[in-house]
Design a binder for this molecule. Structure first.
Ligand SMILES: *Cc1c(COP(=O)(O)O)cnc(C)c1O
Length: 370
């Protein structure tokens, strides 16, 4: 049997280059709490991403939970069912009611056309996701938020390095969060961040991730422990040297897949957007069962039999999980597009080390099954 091709594989810097960082950390004996590498990584990421303020977190989920705390969000928040479950869980952990709005069939992001109809007197914020790193319609979303006095927090877990019209997508909305989980394009093994636009907010976020401590004796809020430690920060700092190369390789793979899969009846693929710099984190394809002759799950199984692990990302919808399915906004009638897309989606393997023979193995299954 041929070797397994997983859907992703972590970006890991050369071990021998990590050793000096470890030796330095052992010398400093400062392991967490805004240490040297934590500060260095925050500076380096501001530079790399083109953002003003970033606060590192132990993971993306706690960054989301803390972002909602930062802005005192309560009541109802409008969000998408087509995301990783942590998006909606962050609302649950803040005792906020999620209100699901359907997605756009092309971008798979929250459909701004359907947003206003979901606003009630209890709505305080919008929590959209840049799915697969495709930028949301940020101008429309902001215009609606301004009209109704709502905050906007972007779940930008997929959007590391994504730019639109020459600026980072992270510069939109009140706050954005990133995830640096091992499966993401840029990783600190586990990790995350909140991006904000002013120093005061940055301070508040830094308090919140450290129990609410403003100084030795002052606790200004019921904060949590969500700090990134020095080993993760150093890992990130070193990985940052390899990220451009990793994204270039992801682009190479994307272009290869696109070319090979473009004429298969019943298989749709995503294209680049004008004036957007993409990060090629995922390679989603959409299976139209009738035109393709096989279901999405049929293709998923066929790949698996051949030791290729696709991922149905996102399936099931968040709105179908027991915690949320009782909500009126979770009904299938309210979310027709998300329900259709979640039955068609399969993400193909993509990570920098994939070779042409690997890709040909994947492509041949998608082609031969018909
Ligand atoms: C990965 C991910 C998260 C959660 O991030 P963790 O770092 O794993 O906690 C949240 N939202 C989306 C869209 C994600 O893909």
């Amino acid at each position: 049997m041929e070797n397994v091709i997983t859907v992703t594989s972590p970006l890991m810097p050369p071990l021998e280059e990590f050793i000096p960082y470890l030796e330095d950390i052992w010398q400093r004996k400062w392991l967490t709490n805004n240490g040297y590498y934590h500060q260095e990584l925050e500076k380096a990421l501001c530079d790399y991403l083109g953002v003003k303020y970033i606060s590192l977190f132990s993971n993306g989920t706690l960054a989301l939970v803390s972002a909602l705390q930062t802005l005192n969000i309560s009541g109802e928040v409008i969000t998408t069912p087509y995301s990783f479950v942590a998006t909606t869980h962050s609302l649950w952990w803040n005792n906020i009611k999620p209100v699901f709005v359907d997605i756009d069939p092309i971008t798979c992001n929250l459909d701004p056309e359907k947003l206003e109809a979901a606003i009630t007197p209890k709505t305080t914020a919008i929590l959209p996701v840049h799915v697969y790193g495709n930028p949301c319609d940020m101008k429309r979303i902001q215009a609606i938020a301004d009209t109704y006095g709502l905050k906007v927090i972007y779940d930008a877990a997929h959007a590391f390095g994504v730019m639109q019209d020459g600026t980072s997508v992270l510069n939109f909305g009140d706050l954005s969060i990133l995830s640096f989980h091992a499966t993401k394009t840029f990783s600190t093994i586990e990790g995350g961040a909140i991006i904000c636009h002013d120093e005061k907010t940055k301070k508040r976020i830094d308090y919140l991730k450290n129990f609410g401590f403003a100084d030795e004796v002052t606790v200004v809020a019921p904060g949590i422990n969500a700090k990134m430690n020095e080993l993760q920060s150093a890992y990130g700092l070193l990985s940052l040297k390899y990220i451009d190369n990793a994204i270039e390789n992801r682009k190479r793979i994307t272009l290869y897949y696109r070319n090979e899969l473009k004429d298969i009846p019943g298989i749709s693929i995503m294209q680049d957007y004008p004036s957007v710099i993409h990060n090629y984190s995922y390679f989603p394809i959409f299976v139209d069962e009738h035109k393709y002759g096989h279901s999405r799950d049929g293709l998923y199984q066929k790949l698996k039999e051949n030791n290729i692990w696709g991922r149905r990302y996102f399936y099931p919808l968040i709105s179908d999980f027991p915690t949320y399915r009782g909500l009126s906004s979770a009904s299938k009638d309210n979310l027709p597009v998300a329900n259709r897309i979640s039955k068609e989606i399969i993400c193909l393997p993509i990570y920098p080390e994939l070779t042409k023979p690997d890709l040909d193995r994947v492509v041949s299954i998608v082609k031969e099954i018909i």
